[in-house]
Design a protein around this ligand. Structure first.
Ligand code: PGA
Length: 251
């Protein structure tokens, strides 16, 4: 039984004061929903304060990135150990990290291992670009990203790993992918890829989210698909009303 997960990726938005204000609104309402996990991933600068606010609440806290390295002279980096002081989850392999910061599958693999070492639950993002999709390479790209990021990664429970399928052309563009297409890609490429790594039974227990322009209007269409176990929400997670409405669509 895979519990749906709704994760908010705030990206480079919200000061600490803005983050606290948004979380206070979420806290008033989130306890009315059941059978769903709710996670927010704010910028690093708000993690310490939000951790204090959320520590005995149903809202989970995640980081948007970590270094692959444990410590040292790496200006601007945050280690898995530091993130694990405040967070239970970490987003890794996001297409923006791949495209703007040159993260390749080998680096993402080291980051996944670093996350596991510190007990952080990785939300591993995979997804093809528009040109890759148009060239008929979507399945091959996703399989390669999964294999590369998960090579040598060991988990003892399927709940310790989450995959987010985010077609790059659907992120922040208002051009969401159809629920049927997403479901098909999960069933025919992502779950078989996970099964190759950990076996069919384990793969069946790993949650696979959809991400890319999810909003209150289209969320139910995704959540009605048995293969889709929730969403990684960018833009719409910056508004308490929209994010709560998306969570509500799982009920
Ligand atoms: P979006 O972002 O919902 O704004 O498309 C999703 C993501 O990048 O995780």
């Amino acid at each position: 039984m895979r519990v749906p997960l709704i994760a908010g990726n705030w990206k480079m938005h919200k000061t600490e004061a803005e983050a606290i204000a948004l979380v206070r609104v979420l806290l008033q309402r989130v306890r009315f929903y059941s059978g769903v996990e709710v996670l927010i991933c704010p910028p690093f600068t708000s993690l310490s304060q939000l951790h204090k606010l959320l520590v005995s609440s149903p809202i989970l806290l995640g980081a948007q990135n970590i270094s692959d390295l444990p410590s040292g002279a790496f200006t601007g980096e945050i280690s898995g150990r530091m993130a694990a002081e405040f967070c239970s989850h970490v987003i890794l392999g996001h297409s923006e990290r791949r495209a703007y910061y040159g993260e390749d599958d080998a680096l993402i693999n080291r980051k996944v291992k670093a996350a596991r070492e510190w007990g952080l639950l990785p939300i591993l993002c995979v997804g093809e670009s528009l040109s890759e999709r148009d060239a008929g390479q979507a399945s091959a790209v996703i399989s390669r990203q999964l294999r590369g990021a998960l090579e040598g990664v060991w988990i003892s429970d399927p709940a310790e790993m989450v995959i987010a399928y985010e077609p790059v052309w659907a992120i922040g563009t208002d051009r969401s992918a159809s629920p049927e297409d997403i479901s098909e890609m999960i069933a025919s490429v992502i779950r078989p890829g996970l099964a190759g790594q950990w076996g069919v039974e384990f793969a069946g227990g790993i949650r696979v989210l959809y991400g890319g322009s999810v909003n209150p209007g289209n969320a139910a269409g995704y959540f009605n698909q048995p293969e889709i176990d929730g969403a990684l929400v960018g833009g719409a997670s910056l508004s308490a009303e929209k994010f709560l409405a998306i969570i509500e669509r799982t009920q």
